[in-house]
Design a protein around this ligand. Structure first.
Ligand SMILES: Nc1ncnc2c1ncn2[C@@H]1O[C@H](COP(=O)(O)OP(=O)(O)O)[C@@H](O)[C@H]1O
Ligand SMILES: [Mg+2]
Length: 442
């Protein structure tokens, strides 16, 4: 059965445009010219996704958004369609529960792409189910959207109150440490200490004495007794950052400390005990390292009790505007500058970037723009010229993928375009255009 899309826009031409392209892509399209009409259409039609204009007479997009949740009972994903200059509007809409936004004038390829991606997302969300208003009372020192990190926070909310060991994976700068802190802050240990050990320290002695402490004279440079973080984090949480970098001997000691809950200071005889909860983080694929014999399997299992994977920023771009607002507020404050916002070009540039350094990189970019800015708006000129190679590669991957799929369908059907289009779930015309684009004509 075709998915049902509702287009809400007060301008007939805009509706029509979107309708044509959506229908061509195989969707059933419903229309409404304001929020009130839209609420009516939702009733009983089983709408799967809504494309929403914000500025409308009668009932505007914002008011509509605040009604739509109660009304439909189920969550219908809403994509806001708005002028880019109005990114503030988009952010407000996302805070009200919109899942994504598309800029006007609408690029038709992007339209279909966004619709497809968000329908997939919502299917997944339905399967995962069990959501609700649980996010509100989870302490987290950052920003996120329900559709982005919010999903993960719902899980954190369940694991935080337990003593379970959590293994957080994700590229550098995705927020692993921030998430680890939040787990601590939302646990019964919140009043106890949260201490971090960087397992990538220069040498074995250093890592071990960081973790377990050392006795005076244990090694050259150990001029006095030092307590380790295991000892100091008693009744609190110990964060093992970059855990994949641990030397083999330290892995063994760590395993024992977790398993038997005893350890000794380096150069010490006395067995010490401590009550700590462990959270570990890494940007490496630990399972792969286990397979290669670079990380102890038994330790991996001890750490991987509750795995949490943080997606890279480029896979949750819808959070970029929220994050920019957050950093804008944070830094304009600390630099004592009054900056109203940013131009369309600024956000467009950011939206295209691949952020190899993830949220940390975005934070640095906004900070840098604020330093450079001597007006009250950030604009594209305040951003460096990005090497867009990464971004291009990514879209090339998608294109490659698409080309392969189409080729496969064509071969499978002996180049019968009608049948191939059916398999691919696109119209014959779309397929025809794609065949031209990818030069697949026989
Ligand atoms: N959701 C978020 N909201 C606001 N700031 C964030 C968020 N996630 C990460 N940050 C910021 O980005 C930077 C990198 O986060 P961090 O937790 O150190 O990442 P990692 O440990 O994965 O390298 C930090 O300055 C952190 O405060
Ligand atoms: Mg880190």
């Amino acid at each position: 059965m075709n998915k049902k899309i509702l287009v809400v826009d007060d301008e007939k031409n805009h509706r029509l445009m979107q309708k044509i392209h959506l229908q061509e892509a195989g969707y059933d399209v419903y229309e409404a010219s304001n929020g009130i009409e839209a609420l009516d259409v939702i009733d009983g039609n089983g709408i799967d996704l809504i494309l929403l204009d914000i500025k409308m007479d009668l009932m505007d997009g914002f008011t509509f958004l605040s009604h739509v949740k109660q009304k439909s009972g189920v969550e219908i994903p809403v994509i806001v369609v708005t002028a880019f200059a109005n990114v503030k509007t988009a952010v407000k809409a996302m805070k009200l529960g919109a899942v994504d936004f598309i800029s006007k004038p609408v690029d038709t390829d992007a339209l279909i792409e966004y619709v497809e991606a968000n329908l997939k997302e919502s299917d997944r969300a339905e399967r995962d189910a069990g959501s609700g208003d649980v996010l509100k009372d989870y302490k987290f020192d950052g920003v996120y959207s329900e559709e982005g990190l919010g999903r993960i926070i719902e899980m954190l909310k369940m694991v935080a109150p337990t003593d379970a060991t959590v293994l957080i994976t994700g590229e550098s700068g995705t927020g692993k440490e921030l998430v680890a802190k939040s787990i601590h802050e939302n646990s019964p240990r919140a009043k106890g200490p949260f201490l971090a050990v960087n397992c990538a320290a220069l040498n074995e002695n250093l890592v071990e004495s960081e973790m377990f402490g050392h006795e005076k004279g244990a090694f050259t440079g150990a001029v006095s007794l030092k307590k380790g973080k295991f000892e100091l984090a008693d009744k609190g949480t110990l964060f093992l950052d970059e855990v994949a970098e641990l030397p083999a001997t330290t892995q063994a000691k760590l395993l024992r400390a977790i398993q038997e809950k005893v350890f000794e200071r380096v150069g010490g005889e006395k067995s010490l005990k401590s009550d700590v909860r462990i959270i570990a983080a890494t940007n490496k694929d630990l399972q792969q390292m286990v397979n290669n014999g670079d990380f102890r399997e038994d330790l991996f299992f001890r750490l991987n009790v509750f795995p949490v994977k943080l997606p890279p920023l480029r896979e949750r771009r819808s959070e970029i505007p929220l994050l920019v607002e957050h950093f804008l507020e944070k830094y304009s404050h600390s630099f004592n500058k009054f900056i109203k916002g940013y131009t369309r070009e600024y956000m467009e540039k950011l939206m295209k970037f691949s952020f190899p350094g993830n949220i940390r990189e975005l934070s640095n970019l906004v900070e840098r723009s604020i330093i450079l800015c001597n007006s009250d708006m950030l604009d594209g000129g305040h951003l460096p010229e990005f090497d867009t190679k990464m971004a291009k590669n990514e879209s090339m991957d998608i294109k490659d993928n698409e080309r392969n799929l189409i080729l496969k369908a064509l071969k499978q059907t002996n180049y019968n375009k009608t049948k191939a289009a059916e398999i691919l779930g696109v119209s014959r015309r779309t397929l025809h255009n794609k065949i031209k684009e990818y030069d697949l004509e026989v």
